[in-house]
Design a protein around this ligand. Structure first.
Ligand SMILES: Cc1cc2nc3c(=O)[nH]c(=O)nc-3n(C[C@H](O)[C@H](O)[C@H](O)COP(=O)(O)O)c2cc1C
Length: 216
């Protein structure tokens, strides 16, 4: 079973370019979806409640797992735990992750549950699994064309590695109107990720897809 958990973080939800590219990649591989399961969580369609005082108290006081204040956190963690691969599509908002993705992290990155403290620092408790992050931004955010800092990549990479997810690859899609070649490249990378037994993934950790005329 190839079970993919897809986390869509754009305010545009399934209208976002990231979600549409994923939908296209799924259509491209339609004949290969046998044995594949996709669970999607759209942070726009299903907004998460802000962190409550009860949740803050529960996670800092080692409350039992069945504490009602931990119910949402448990649900979100189990969506990840039961998947073989994690696909995150996120815009860059003010040089980092959007607030919705930060909130999701606040629910899933939980002491004594998904990470533990050791003398050497925090260590993730989730089983590692291939993870692909598609970053959408108005302008280039990495490479020579970037005219802005990128706090998204190091922050998200660190948060995911604290969960125990180290096999993380980032793809970047900058600008409002990607070229046909850029879109084809991204689609191919997504198809390789979604259907790994058919198309081997490239070994590159970063693939920068910047447009010639950045707008931000
Ligand atoms: C609140 C907000 C902040 C943004 N900050 C940045 C930014 O720091 N850098 C950037 O390149 N684009 C920024 N953008 C532009 C988006 O990243 C860009 O439009 C992206 O393509 C949106 O992707 P989406 O359609 O998947 O949501 C921002 C957009 C919004 C709404």
């Amino acid at each position: 079973m190839n079970h993919i958990f897809f986390l869509e973080c754009s305010p545009a939800g399934n209208q976002s370019m990231g979600a549409q590219l994923v939908a296209t990649a799924l259509r491209d591989g339609q004949s290969r979806t046998q044995g594949m399961r996709l669970t999607t969580r759209s942070l726009a369609a299903q907004p998460l409640a802000p962190v409550s005082a009860q949740y803050a108290k529960a996670i800092t006081s080692s409350a039992p797992l069945d504490d009602p204040a931990l119910a949402l956190s448990e649900k979100l963690i189990s969506e990840m735990e039961t998947s073989d691969r994690l696909l995150i599509s996120t815009p860059m908002h003010n040089f980092t992750v959007p607030a919705t993705l930060k909130l999701w992290i606040d629910y899933v990155l939980r002491i004594h549950r998904t990470f533990t403290n050791t003398p050497d620092g925090k260590v993730g408790l989730l089983q590692d699994r291939p993870t692909l992050v598609l970053v959408r931004s108005g302008g280039a955010c990495i490479g020579d064309a970037a005219r802005q800092p990128d706090f998204l990549t190091p922050y998200l990479r660190h948060a995911l590695s604290t969960l125990g997810l180290h096999q993380v690859r980032f793809l970047y899609l900058a600008g409002p109107s990607p070229t046909v070649e850029t879109l084809a490249h991204t689609r191919q990378a997504l198809t390789s990720f979604l259907f790994p037994s058919i198309q081997p993934e490239t070994s590159r950790e970063h693939t920068s897809i910047a447009l010639p005329n950045p707008v931000v």
